[in-house]
Structure formats: structure tokens, C-alpha cells
Write a new protein. Structure first.
Length: 477
């Protein structure tokens, strides 16, 4: 996606937005000056994101927006995250620039083309034509535009899906010639991600078109769709030495398999939940091993960070269900706390989402009230929040955490009468300790210092319910 022969000064002249996006991403872990990341973030979000800077060089702007989607600035709430807006902007700008039309950029250009338009000429035939300098230069340009468009699609879809939002789908002429051209032009890793992208997009579209996910009566039809698309992903061949590729496929499978949580309890597929548990463990362990060997988590893209989060909440839910004994699952505690450690290591600011996630996971693991229904029974396989696609599995857990522990970090959320009567001053002390705790990695359960950042937990859409009501009881129709 980038020409590594271009020096930073040239990047700055071409696009300030691209320059500061690259520098800002690299400064996330700059140990010589820990304050530089905050200063750079403010710099590239104030001036370079102006419309004038974006339209000055649209192609460079697309590159910058893809980087910002993969490594967004830290925020204290998912509803303050601008990544979905950047994803939409990147896709629209890429189409406006003609990146989606391989070998047809002349139709979208401001200036006359330097070569004859390839009217009626198959793109693949041109790519495989003679090796003259003119042809080689044109081939390199086509390869760059193809790679940028593909990376844009993948990054933007990942941004939307890992936030539980509908992915941006772009109708394209995916005929045999185009598929062969993409395979020929792109490297193995991008090709793999593109194939995963296609299956994920098709899966979400098919499930939403066929199944009413808001209904609690989803049954065998949804299970069949899950199995169809999971089989497609599982048949994609990956070199066993390509760890990133294996993680990417497992993340895609986990995202689709999580729709099992939408199935009515009478129709649940126990083998499906066993697959979820196994793949969730694999995702966490593989990323943890990469981090141990290469410090992978320090620059972990947001998509993989959210998949670790989703994997942890899947393990939490299955571990607190009757399936744990029925399926004879091994003790998941060790893997679960590796996910907490990953969230803590990825955190770059006190009180950011990664820091908050480490707190949520720690608290919910030891909670005795989570998933307890009004009748006193526990049903961790049931979702009250069902509007976030597969990420509803995690967002539903966020609501349970808010119900039990939210008041520790937000004075606008009162503790229940039972909690106050039973525990008295203990929770007052715990609140003080929680706010004053730091993000030190010395202990697994260490909690970030939230004192400097007001965590507005009421930001969460649809979560302003009375603390004593269930989600459905508090909705007005």
C-alpha cells in the first residue's frame, strides 16, 4: 500500500494527512518522549483532516484514512471513536478516485492519461503483455491502485464489523478475469485477507437478509447458514508458517460462529459452541505468543484487539453456562487472563477502551450476578442486546458490567439498595481503590488509573435504562 522508497519529506509535501497518520501511528510507543503521541494526535486531527487537505491528494488521503482505521486514536468510549466515519470517507473517496475500476482510472482522472485508454482490452491481457518500460510503469501503477483498493475494502469492513456495525458493501464485477488479476497483482497475505473479506461480507449479508436477529426465536435456519459460511472459511488453505494468516482466519470464523448466541436455547448447536470456545482460545493464545516473541500487541491493529475482546467474552459466557460441564471444557482461566493482559499492554492512555476492557473482564470473571435472570436462573447463552451483529456478544456483557459495577466509575449510576445494605462501606473503599489504581503490568488484575479521565458510561447507546429493569422492560415503543 506504500512505496517504501519515498522519504518522509516527500510524503509531507504530497499529503500532510498521510505524513501525520504514519508518524502518529509510529509514535504510539515512542519511549524517549511519552507525550509525543498526544501532541501528534492533536496535530493531525486539527488541520490535516480539513476537506482542503483531503482533496489536495485524494489517493494519499485514502492511504491515510486506512491507517487511521487500523490504528485509531485512543478514546474513552466507542461512541467517540471516529473510525467508522473514516471508513465511510475512505471508501467513498476511493470510489470517487476510481480505485475500484481496475485499468479504467482515465475515466476518473482530472488530467489526460499518459497512455491510450484500455477500451475493450481485458485488464489481465494488458498486465501480462510485453515488458517494455512504458508497460512496466503502467503495470506498477495498476498494481498499486489494486492493492490500495483491496486494503481499503478490508480495513473499512474490519472497522465496521469489529464495532458491531453493518459493513460497507461495494457491488463489484467479481468475474473470473478480475479475480485472476487480483490474485496476480497482490501478495499472498493480502490475497488471503481479501478472500476472508469476501466470505465475511457474504455471510453477514445472507444472515441479515434471511434471519431476524432481533427475534428470540432464531432456530435451525440460522445454524445452517453459520455452518455453510464457516465451512467456506475453514476450507481456505493457509501455510502453517503464516501465523498472521491463521489468526485472521480464526478471527473471521469466530465472528461468524458467534451468531450461535442468537439461536433459541431449544435449538442451540452444542458442537457450535465447542467450536467457539476452541477458536476463541486459539485467537488469544496465538496473539499472546506473537507478543512474547515480537512485541506484537504494542502495535496490534484495532480489528485484532476487538477480536481478542470478543474471544474473551465468548469464553466468559460459555464458562458460566451449563455447557462447561456438559462439553467437559478445560479450565479457561489461564487463557482468559491472557486476554486481560493483552488489553492492558495495548492501552496507550489512562482510561482508554483497552484499559476499560481489562477492568470489565476482571470484574465480570469474578462476578456472581452476571447473566442472572429475574427468576434467579443464570443464562449466559442468551442475548438481551441483539443489534450489534456478532459483537452483540460483547456489548451485552458491557451492559451487565454497567449494571453491577458501573457506579464504581460513574457517580450518575447509583448502587442498588441491596448492594449498599449488604456491603456498606466496602464498596466505597473499592470505588476509591478502583479510581486510584494504575495501569501497571505487575499484576494480572491491575486496573488503570481512571481519575484523570471521566468515563462517561452513559454514552453507550440504549444503555440509559433504569438499573433495576431488564433491557426489554426499559424500552419504549
Amino acid at each position: 500500500m506504500f512505496d517504501q522508497t519515498i522519504i518522509p519529506d516527500v510524503h509531507y509535501q504530497r499529503s500532510q494527512l498521510l505524513f501525520w497518520a504514519i508518524v502518529g501511528t509510529g509514535a504510539r510507543r515512542y519511549k524517549r518522549d511519552p507525550t509525543i503521541f498526544d501532541r501528534i494526535t492533536k496535530r493531525f486531527t486539527e488541520k490535516p483532516l480539513s476537506l482542503e487537505c483531503i482533496m489536495h491528494n485524494p489517493t494519499a488521503a485514502v492511504q491515510a484514512l486506512v491507517v487511521l482505521c487500523m490504528w485509531p486514536s485512543p478514546v474513552t468510549s466507542v461512541f467517540k471513536d471516529a473510525s467508522p466515519a473514516w471508513a465511510g470517507m475512505a471508501t467513498s473517496l476511493a470510489i470517487q478516485t476510481g480505485l475500484h475500476a481496475i485499468c479504467k482510472e482515465e475515466e476518473f482522472a482530472r488530467k489526460p492519461a499518459t497512455r491510450r485508454p484500455l477500451v475493450g482490452t481485458p485488464a489481465a491481457r494488458f498486465v501480462h503483455s510485453d515488458g517494455s518500460p512504458a508497460t512496466s510503469s503502467a503495470r506498477a501503477k495498476i498494481a498499486f491502485r489494486t492493492s490500495l483498493w483491496t486494503n481499503c475494502l478490508i480495513a473499512c469492513q474490519s472497522t465496521m464489523i469489529c464495532d458491531g456495525l453493518l459493513p460497507i458493501t461495494v457491488p463489484a464485477n467479481e468475474n473470473l478475469e478480475r479475480q485472476q488479476l487480483i490474485t496476480y497483482m497482490l501478495g499472498d497475505q493480502v490475497n488471503l485477507r481479501y478472500r476472508l473479506y469476501v466470505v465475511q461480507t457474504d455471510a453477514v449479508a445472507a444472515i441479515r437478509r434471511t434471519i431476524d436477529l432481533e427475534s428470540v426465536s432464531c432456530g435451525a435456519e440460522l445454524v445452517s447458514l453459520i455452518n455453510i459460511f464457516d465451512k467456506q472459511l475453514n476450507t481456505i488453505t493457509i501455510d502453517c508458517t503464516d501465523t498472521i494468516g491463521l489468526i485472521s482466519r480464526d478471527c473471521a470464523r469466530l465472528m461468524i460462529l458467534c451468531f450461535h448466541f442468537f439461536v433459541q436455547i431449544e435449538h442451540i448447536d452444542r458442537h457450535g459452541f465447542l467450536q467457539i470456545f476452541t477458536i476463541a482460545q486459539q485467537v488469544i493464545l496465538q496473539i499472546s505468543e506473537l507478543d512474547t516473541a515480537h512485541g506484537f500487541v504494542e502495535y496490534l491493529p484495532i480489528y485484532y484487539a476487538r477480536m481478542v475482546c470478543l474471544a474473551a467474552y465468548c469464553i466468559l459466557r460459555i464458562s458460566k453456562s451449563g455447557l462447561r460441564e456438559e462439553l467437559k471444557l478445560e479450565d479457561p482461566g489461564g487463557v482468559f487472563f491472557k486476554a486481560i493482559e493483552i488489553s492492558k499492554r495495548r492501552s496507550v492512555q489512562h482510561g482508554d477502551l483497552d484499559a476499560l476492557n481489562s477492568i470489565m473482564l476482571t470484574k465480570l470473571w469474578s462476578s456472581n450476578e452476571i447473566f442472572v435472570q429475574p427468576d434467579g436462573t443464570r443464562n449466559s447463552l442468551h442475548l438481551d442486546l441483539r443489534g450489534r451483529l456478532a459483537m452483540s456478544v460483547a456489548f451485552d456483557c458491557f451492559w451487565w458490567w454497567r449494571k453491577e459495577f458501573g457506579y464504581l466509575f460513574n457517580d450518575s449510576i447509583p448502587a442498588s439498595e441491596e448492594t449498599t445494605r449488604e456491603y456498606g462501606d466496602i464498596y466505597t473503599e473499592e470505588k476509591s481503590l478502583a479510581i486510584s489504581a494504575g495501569t501497571s503490568n505487575q499484576t494480572m488484575a491491575g486496573e488503570p488509573n481512571l481519575g484523570q479521565y471521566a468515563l462517561d458510561l452513559t454514552d453507550f447507546s440504549g444503555w440509559d435504562w433504569n438499573i433495576g429493569l431488564t433491557p426489554l422492560e426499559s424500552m419504549s415503543f
